[in-house]
Design a protein around this ligand. Structure first.
Ligand SMILES: NC(=O)c1ccc[n+]([C@@H]2O[C@H](COP(=O)([O-])OP(=O)(O)OC[C@H]3O[C@@H](n4cnc5c(N)ncnc54)[C@H](O)[C@@H]3O)[C@@H](O)[C@H]2O)c1
Ligand SMILES: [Fe+2]
Length: 453
């Protein structure tokens, strides 16, 4: 997930060539991986480990909900038992808005901290990454947006994810939000990957059902987009396929019985595997659209992905049939050797079924018809400049996919809709679609408006 990876100069020599070149670079880039502690009680074990590293003062970054539930208490107990002083900053809010990060930087400085433990979902982990990077460089978060913008790496960051979705505990990215300009911004740097992460399923037992569902579908989207994109490697493929299999098997179990520790642990691992896959191979059109929905309507990230995923997969099918067929086998809805087209179709149906089984709505209530052109323009720009997608979407393609998730009553009659926007059954009848769209995207003014990734 490398924001603005393709610079303006590269854009002038042609996007496809620049993106392929960027793919070669990221393929060769050494990406550190954290030591993983896995299983019930892993967060406390991480506390003992961090205490043993001899930091002078640790800033524990979390949010008000986690603080209220006291999920971080065993970790704090372990730090105290090891004689490591700490300060808790519990003010992170969803999507890590810049003003909150500014407060976190102040807390880091006031405590004279030399390490950070991020204890929460993606919003907390990403806020912690940026607090550390900004504090180490004496820079404002906004000036760090993009790829490798900092001179110094952050102090050691340790992560305890409390949702199973973003994979931020292993990724080079931090997604923050700019509430003034309604944009999501990505800071990417291999040095913000945490040094150690605890995947502790006991922390996820009380995760509300909608959060379990949305974050689980975010992890699936990471795995699928990493697998379908052309920056994939043998390693990212293994991680993506394994994550896909685990999510299909365990997300409904974790959703229906939050206390199923085995399923929670598998989901935490799947989220990490998907993170390992996409931090190497990147994401795609689903994320490009979801980021705009998150920035404009504050739609939870995983929910926006979950709603868009079926439509983007339907759109991608002509260019990714074989890869979708592989995913069908790993999702256990088919067997190797069956006709590829059939398998690919079955994977799309399985994604639909999974989303329905975990209560994902088909429409996005907040979406407004009049916003669609600008949302699509920003999404196309983000995808064009960042993501190695199997099929490039034009402005028209993207608008059609967005119109397909307009809430009931705001949709045009089916006959007036372009093919890509029609309800899924109608779309399925079409035997094949034209090959990958040839560059017909209208010229964009979006450079000014869309810098999210
Ligand atoms: N850095 C990356 O690589 C990366 C990847 C994907 C997404 N993201 C970003 O991560 C953010 C979303 O993170 P998220 O989906 O984990 O949600 P989140 O961190 O915003 O948390 C969602 C809600 O769940 C609550 N919560 C978290 N853990 C809980 C628990 N164990 N029990 C009860 N409540 C709990 C939180 O308090 C919050 O209200 C978005 O900003 C997204 O863009 C980052
Ligand atoms: Fe995501």
């Amino acid at each position: 997930m490398l924001a603005n990876l393709i610079g303006d100069r590269a854009r002038s020599i042609g996007l496809p060539a620049a993106k392929r070149a960027a793919g070669v670079v990221t393929r060769l880039l050494p990406i550190p991986q954290p030591t993983l502690l896995v299983g019930p009680g892993a967060s406390e074990r991480l506390g003992h480990a961090v205490a043993g590293f001899g930091h002078h003062h640790v800033l524990v970054v979390t949010d008000a909900m986690i603080a209220k539930l006291g999920l971080h208490q065993p970790l704090l107990g372990a730090l105290a038992a090891g004689g490591t002083p700490f300060t808790v900053f519990n003010e992170v809010t969803p999507d890590a808005p810049i003003p909150v990060i500014e407060k976190g930087i102040e807390a880091f400085k006031a405590a004279a901290a030399d390490a950070i433990v991020a204890f929460g979902g993606g919003s907390v982990m990403d806020a912690a990454k940026v607090i550390g990077l900004a504090a180490a460089n004496g820079r404002h978060p906004r000036s760090l947006v993009g790829y490798f913008r900092a001179l110094h790496g952050p102090p050691p960051i340790y992560a305890v994810p409390t949702t199973a979705g973003t994979g931020s505990e292993v990724t080079v990215a931090a997604v923050i939000s700019d509430p003034v300009n309604e944009r999501k911004l990505v800071i990417a740097d291999t040095r913000i990957v945490p040094k150690m992460a605890a995947l502790d399923p006991s922390l996820m037992v009380g995760l509300p059902k909608p959060v379990t569902a949305a974050t689980g579908m975010d992890a699936l989207t990471h795995a699928v987009e990493a697998y379908l994109g052309y920056w994939n490697t043998a390693y990212s493929d293994r991680m993506a396929l394994s994550a896909t299999a685990m999510i299909f098997e365990n997300l409904p179990l974790a959703y229906n019985d939050g206390a199923n520790l085995a399923a929670r642990e598998k989901m935490a691992l799947a989220s990490t595997y998907a993170g390992l896959a996409f931090t190497r191979a990147n994401v795609g059109n689903v994320h490009a659209i979801a980021h705009q929905l998150g920035a404009r309507y504050h739609t939870p990230h995983g929910l926006a992905n979950a709603i868009m995923l079926p439509h983007v997969l339907r759109f991608s099918l002509p260019a990714a049939t074989g890869r979708l067929a592989d995913l069908a086998v790993r999702a256990k809805v088919g067997h190797e050797g069956e006709p590829t087209q059939e398998l690919a179709e079955r994977f799309l149906e399985a994604v639909d079924r999974l989303a329905a089984a975990v209560g994902i709505p088909r429409a996005l209530d907040a979406l407004r018809e009049e916003d669609i052109p600008a949302l699509a323009e920003a999404a196309c720009w983000e995808a064009d400049t960042n993501y190695p997608v199997p099929r490039r979407m034009t402005q028209e393609d993207c608008e059609a996919m967005l119109r397909a998730v307009l809430p009931r009553g705001k949709k045009a009659p089916v006959a007036d809709q372009p093919e890509a926007a029609r309800p899924r059954k109608a779309a399925r009848k079409k035997k094949s679609a034209p090959a990958a769209a040839a560059g017909k995207t209208p010229r964009r003014r979006a450079a000014k408006t869309a810098k999210a990734a």
